[in-house]
Design a binder for this molecule. Structure first.
Ligand code: SAH
Length: 192
């Protein structure tokens, strides 16, 4: 099973805070720097599975956080670009990818609501922070037959994991399951 094998290859203990290392292999979300969280392993597995990755895919992740999800993706796709507006998180994730030789991951200190044009298009987009709506400019970064996965809903409470497929000239939407993510923040400073 490709997804579980990829998760097996990423040491989650390297992505959690020193104080929670003994919980690194429990199926729970854990707090990380900047008031954020590393997702629950079940949710990482489920979302990765639902992305239907192929080895040639170029993938965008919105919400680097610890870098754990991106590291898992890097075992299943050709190239991963992951963005987070918190410099502290982006810098730490970059160090982890270097230490673990994940050479096909690029970390950008950037806002997922305002991506630099030059990042281009992606076969797969995974959003790991809750959005009230999937912004059209983000959806437009999908290649043909591309697939986007995002937790959509209010900042507090239950959100739904939505999958959007770019088919021909239209976007086909499907709701998968209820999830709970930290909110995607708008307009926050990059030097935090
Ligand atoms: N995928 C991460 C967990 C993400 S937690 C992991 O594997 O550890 C949600 C992340 O989204 C946080 O790191 C937060 O800083 C980031 N985030 C919040 N607002 C964002 C935005 N506007 N653009 C990109 N990332 C954002």
């Amino acid at each position: 099973h490709a997804v579980l094998k990829a998760m097996d290859e990423v040491p989650r203990e390297e992505f959690v805070e020193a104080g929670t290392r003994d919980e690194a292999y429990e199926d729970v979300a854990l707090p990380i720097a900047c008031g954020q969280t590393i997702s629950q392993p079940f949710v990482v597995a489920y979302m990765t599975e639902q992305l239907q990755l192929r080895p040639h895919h170029r993938v965008l992740e919105i919400g680097t956080g610890s870098g754990y999800q991106a590291a898992v993706l890097s075992h299943l796709a050709a190239e991963v670009v992951t963005v987070d507006p918190f410099r502290t998180l982006a810098d730490r994730a970059r160090l982890r990818f270097k230490r673990l030789a994940r050479d096909n991951v690029e970390v950008l200190t950037a806002d997922g609501f305002d991506l630099p044009d030059q990042v281009g298009h992606f076969d797969r987009i995974i959003v790991t922070a809750a959005m009230e709506e999937v912004p059209a400019p983000l959806q437009d970064r999908l290649s043909r037959d591309g697939l986007l996965l995002a937790p959509v809903g209010p900042q507090t409470g239950v959100q739904v994991l939505r999958r959007i497929r770019h088919r021909g000239s239209e976007f086909v939407t499907e709701d998968l399951l209820e999830v709970r993510f930290v909110p995607a923040l708008k307009g926050i400073a990059r030097q935090l």
